[in-house]
Design a protein around this ligand. Sequence first.
Ligand SMILES: NC(=O)c1ccc[n+]([C@@H]2O[C@H](COP(=O)([O-])OP(=O)(O)OC[C@H]3O[C@@H](n4cnc5c(N)ncnc54)[C@H](OP(=O)(O)O)[C@@H]3O)[C@@H](O)[C@H]2O)c1
Ligand SMILES: *[C@@H]1O[C@H](CO)[C@@H](O)[C@H](O)[C@H]1NC(C)=O
Ligand SMILES: *[C@@H]1O[C@H](CO)[C@@H](O)[C@H](O)[C@H]1NC(C)=O
Length: 255
Amino acid sequence: MRTFTKLVLASVGLVFIAVKWSAPTFDPESLKGVRVLVTGASTGIGEQVAEKCLSLGAQKALYISADMSSDSDPDLVVSFALDQLGGLDHLILNHIGPSPFSMWDGDVAHIRWIMKMAWRSLPALEQSGGSLVVVSSLLGKMPSPFVAPYSSTKFALNGFFGSLQHELAMKKSNVSLSICTLGLIDTDNAMEKVKGKTEVPAYPASEAALNVVIAGATRQPEVFYPWFTYIISVVKDWCPCITNYSIRNSYSYEP
Ligand SMILES: NC(=O)c1ccc[n+]([C@@H]2O[C@H](COP(=O)([O-])OP(=O)(O)OC[C@H]3O[C@@H](n4cnc5c(N)ncnc54)[C@H](OP(=O)(O)O)[C@@H]3O)[C@@H](O)[C@H]2O)c1
Ligand SMILES: *[C@@H]1O[C@H](CO)[C@@H](O)[C@H](O)[C@H]1NC(C)=O
Ligand SMILES: *[C@@H]1O[C@H](CO)[C@@H](O)[C@H](O)[C@H]1NC(C)=O
């Protein structure tokens, strides 16, 4: 049994290395003069993504405050960006809505609005042969307690954009679509939410941001950070009772 486990782990490791090796290499020069729109850039990973793009030579940063849950704001944001930048090369969908870390309280109004920006931006991205990057989460591949509304938006994102990825490929579109699967990242808001509730390690937001930027620049369909989120995505369904046991025991909760 022990040899079997080792063999399984070794083969997963090899697959991972092979995937990494075959990934296109990132040329920092590729961001020079690029027109980027990042949503949710006021703080956290989005702020760092915007800073990274600027330091790598992307065009100026513009700030506009908007509420993506309103009907009209996504349109306003895209028009503002197109007016100010004269087009769009990368759209990075990073913003989130209110996402409490607690047992589900009946909030259902959370799922619909992330796709709007993508729809509204696609024509501009087609003009430039640009990249659309979606910041998603391991919780969009594997449900976990305390994050029912959040997990549902991330599953919806993965389903929606996974479907769109097929469509763009079938249409031989020149727009690339990247889905980023992130593990727990040490942004202030995330750390505040999970404080005292889990021992799961958090990884630096600057590294997460760099992976998001690279995903768009190298036009990779999927990016995982930290690396083991890939392994978890692959093996989680092999022994559901072990996966369930580990998830339920990663959180402290007294009924
Ligand atoms: N941190 C993690 O552990 C982690 C793990 C996996 C995936 N992710 C994903 O990474 C992305 C960024 O997460 P983060 O930790 O950096 O979050 P964060 O620090 O809480 O920042 C969230 C950003 O979204 C914006 N936002 C929230 N509600 C909005 C609304 N209704 N309309 C427009 N913007 C809104 C916020 O702007 P305001 O401040 O103006 O509200 C803020 O700029 C999210 O998609 C998240 O799901 C994070
Ligand atoms: C990308 O494809 C669209 C639709 O086919 C086309 O209109 C556009 O000119 C192309 N853009 C580039 C940069 O090739
Ligand atoms: C693991 O949990 C999921 C979600 O609650 C459930 O659908 C599945 O049946 C569980 N599997 C086992 C083996 O406990």
